[in-house]
Design a protein around this ligand. Structure first.
Ligand code: VGL
Ligand code: ZN
Length: 197
């Protein structure tokens, strides 16, 4: 493991995706404990740590009221869009907000759903020492975590899903299982976070 060429991505650990939020992921806050341990581990070892936030304008095209499939969530500047308070961000190098264009969603942390518009994350990872491996935890397994990892593989990174540090919405039912299979088929390695400690 070359820590200097590794990055930890902590995806969308926000109030709206945690218990009590408007798009709550079952047991969503369970990702916080392993991520807090990992972010310190990565930081201390000289690796990079990235946090992402879903960051939608009100009336975003993904919301039911606008013809999308999701309840209103992670609206810019609201309590629901804030990072879950127990997530420790002391070790974070790079904060990334995505999904802020009204008419295009951004499940992936690398590209908006048009597959063309970049979020800037790839450029950040390729700067400096040049990251080769990306380790992903957070929410939700079957959406933002899935598309982030598929893009990571497509961009040529070694890509790892931290099994105990993700939770899924599982909407529609079965989508978590499908996502895990898609990731494995694409070459994502599924690992327990304990193997990095
Ligand atoms: C997400 C649904 C809608 C996610 C974001 O972070 O996985 N899911 N917006
Ligand atoms: Zn969203």
């Amino acid at each position: 493991m070359n820590w200097l060429k590794s990055a930890l991505l902590m995806v969308d650990v926000q109030n709206d995706f945690c218990p009590g939020g408007s798009l709550a992921v079952p047991d969503g806050n369970a990702v916080v404990e392993p991520l807090n341990i990992l972010s310190k581990r990565f930081f201390d070892a000289g690796a990079l740590v990235v946090v992402t936030q879903d960051w939608h304008p009100s009336g975003h095209s993904s919301f039911v009221e606008s013809g999308g499939i999701w309840p209103e969530h992670c609206v810019q500047g609201t309590e629901g869009a804030r990072l879950y308070k127990e997530l420790n961000t002391d070790c974070v190098h790079f904060f990334l907000r995505k999904g802020w264009r009204t008419n295009v969603d951004s499940y992936s942390s690398f590209f908006e759903n048009d597959k063309i518009t970049t979020t800037g994350l790839e450029g950040f990872l390729r700067s400096g020492t040049g990251i080769g491996s990306v380790f992903v935890g957070g929410l939700a397994t079957d959406y933002c975590v899935l598309y982030t990892l598929l893009d990571a593989v497509r961009l040529g990174f070694k890509a790892f899903l931290l099994k105990d540090a993700v939770r899924g919405v599982d909407y529609p039912t079965g989508s978590v299982e499908k996502a895990l299979k898609r990731m494995q088929d694409a070459g994502v390695q599924l690992i327990p976070s304990g193997t990095l400690l």
